[in-house]
Design a protein around this ligand. Structure first.
Ligand code: NAD
Length: 258
């Protein structure tokens, strides 16, 4: 039976990689993002290798839009087996004028947006997916993407840290609710994942890519997609309520993420 995945933030750096990785395994993917251009790019990249995908553009912080998108996925593909909430980010998702600032100086709209997209989005996407999976009665896999910032904290990003820490706590609580339905819920916490746009020939680029982990190597979007692949696979059938850090050991630093 063909499995079906619903991925928020699937137009982004990590989400698009996971969408392609699941599609390569024969999983049909609902590619969700607020950005129509990147939704199209991800869908096209999946179709280019013969994978199955369709795109939906909506705001994951709006629960009704998320419910409608899950309904549309089920209408299109007949079921839902996997939900991955990747949409999110720190202050910059609140708009081009939003800044990283100490809490004492931060504005309402930035804190509001970061919490709404990262944490409320996780609630809406998880709830909509869980309702459908419970109805199907065949279990399912849910992943919410957090961050090592949620583990260790980061100055000038307390909104982001709280949203990602919230994801880890909800993961534990919901494992207890969803376990009886054979639904696994886990969280993936990346550290510094190096984008292709980082120029690693400059000293700053090299430091960012190679000095932010214990391997002196670059963490790629594929490293995160590999972890997601495992957690949504049958091989992870007995794993639930956990947060898996993928950061090359960076979060072990006594100084935290800084
Ligand atoms: N890249 C990293 O180094 C890193 C590290 C730790 C955690 N993370 C987390 O991983 C996830 C993906 O990060 P990324 O690097 O791919 O970022 P990205 O900016 O490339 O992708 C995020 C995607 O979310 C979408 N999005 C933003 N607001 C939305 C909304 N309201 N509704 C629907 N979609 C929305 C954006 O359009 C974008 O395509 C995020 O949750 C981020 O916090 C990333």
């Amino acid at each position: 039976m063909r499995k079906v995945a619903f991925i928020t933030g699937a137009g982004g750096f990590l989400g698009s990689e996971s969408a392609r990785s699941l599609a390569r395994q024969g999983i049909a993917v609902a590619v969700c993002d607020i950005n129509p251009d990147t939704v199209k790019a991800t869908v096209d990249s999946i179709k280019a290798f013969g994978g199955e995908a369709f795109g939906m553009v909506f705001d994951v912080s709006e629960s009704k839009e998320v419910d409608a998108a899950v309904e549309e996925t089920v209408k299109r593909y007949g079921r839902l087996d996997i939900m991955i909430h990747m949409a999110g980010g720190s202050a910059r998702i609140a708009g081009k004028d939003a800044k990283y600032l100490p809490l004492a100086e931060q504005e309402d709209y930035v804190i509001d947006r970061v919490l709404k997209v990262n944490l409320y989005g996780a609630f809406w996407a998880t709830r909509a997916a869980a309702r459908q999976m419970i109805k199907q009665g065949e279990g399912g896999k849910i992943i919410n993407v957090s961050s090592t910032v949620g583990v260790n904290g980061l100055a000038w990003s307390s909104d982001y840290a709280a949203s990602k820490g919230g994801i880890m706590s909800m993961t534990k609580a919901l494992a207890k609710e969803l376990g009886p339905h054979k639904i696994n819920i886990n969280s993936v916490a990346p550290g510094v994942v190096c984008r292709d746009t980082v120029d690693t020939s400059t000293p700053e680029g090299r430091a960012y890519a190679y000095d932010t982990n214990l391997f002196g190597d670059k963490c790629t979007a594929e490293d995160i997609a590999n972890l997601v692949d495992f957690l949504v696979s049958d091989k992870a059938r007995f794993i639930t309520g956990q947060t898996y850090i993928c950061d090359g050991g960076r979060a072990l630093s006594m100084k935290g993420t800084d």
